[in-house]
Design a protein around this ligand. Structure first.
Ligand SMILES: O=C(O)C(=O)Cc1ccccc1
Length: 285
């Protein structure tokens, strides 16, 4: 079967690269300009699956993805793709010899954040401007050669949009990986790939009862005494007022019939609300 897979586009974003490697020829690729547009299309059945960035090793969560999943479009995470990220600095070919005079650096906020040290030292006067994706930034300078802009993006974007790479591997730290989420309206959806599986995961959203001392400690102990290994815990604002947060927790195993449901029941008995955002396998490129 061939899936219709939506992704954060346009062509040659890191998300597009992840989709190409994960699905090979078994998918029709459909680019979307923004993460919410891509997720809406999956929720409305216009595409079969949505692939969007979830978390970067250097910059942390892609808040737009987590917040849209939690507050707007309750899709399930049914798979994860982990990809190494290499950032390059590129310009329109007409500016190859004068790239150090660039007035602006244009890219996805995470891409700029991953290259802060480089940009601070090599382009100290340039202003940062944020695009919806690295690919969108690359496409923009192809279409606007008159603007004195440098872009941070990947090798494929330089090829796709005919740009000149002037500095390679400008990310500040070498272990630069990104997790991409494969999303579908229904949790029980099977996807196939030839990529290597690295782990299983279950992602939960937990809201603590307000003003209860020691609540987070009790939540963590529900996982700890069951020996459920957590690989991530992060708080995000509830958007209901200052000081109201929920937690995103990743457990290093798939939903079972005993341990995770037992932990969830214990949390609910403590007054927490618990939602499963997904139970899935993670694959590496
Ligand atoms: O903008 C892109 O190309 C994306 O796919 C999002 C992203 C941005 C920076 C690092 C990894 C993924």
């Amino acid at each position: 079967m061939s899936y219709k897979v939506g992704y954060l586009g346009p062509a040659a974003t890191f998300t597009h690269l992840a989709v190409t490697k994960f699905f090979e020829e078994h998918a029709e690729h459909v680019p979307f300009l923004t993460i919410p547009q891509c997720m809406d299309a999956a929720a409305e059945g216009r595409i079969d699956l949505a692939v969007v960035p979830l978390e970067n090793a250097l910059e942390g969560s892609v808040n737009l993805t987590i917040d849209y999943l939690v507050h707007e479009q309750p899709l399930s995470i049914i798979g994860e793709i982990v990809a190494p990220i290499q950032q390059h600095l590129m310009v329109h070919p007409s500016r190859e010899d004068s790239w150090e005079d660039a007035e602006r650096v244009y890219s996805h906020s995470h891409a700029i954040a991953q290259c802060h040290k480089f940009l601070h030292h090599q382009l100290p006067k340039a202003k940062y401007e944020y695009a919806t994706s690295t690919g969108a930034a690359a496409k923009y300078i192809q279409e606007h050669p008159e603007e004195n802009i440098a872009v941070v993006a990947n090798e494929l974007a330089a090829e796709e949009y005919n740009l000149k790479i002037v500095r390679k591997n400008i990310h500040d730290y070498t272990h630069n990986h990104t997790r991409f989420a494969v999303l579908h309206p229904n949790q029980h959806t099977y996807i196939k790939t030839k990529l290597k599986k690295i782990t299983d995961r279950t992602t939960l959203m937990i809201t603590l009862p307000s003003d209860q001392s020691g609540a987070l400690h009790q939540v963590l102990s529900a996982f700890s005494w069951r020996k459920l290994n957590l690989s991530k815990i992060e708080s995000r604002p509830m958007k209901t007022g200052l000081g109201n947060y929920f937690f995103i927790i990743d457990i290093d195993m798939k939903m079972d019939e005993v341990l995770i449901p037992g932990a969830m029941a214990e949390l609910e008995a403590l007054g927490c609300s618990v939602r499963t955002l997904g139970t899935y396998s993670a694959y590496s490129i």
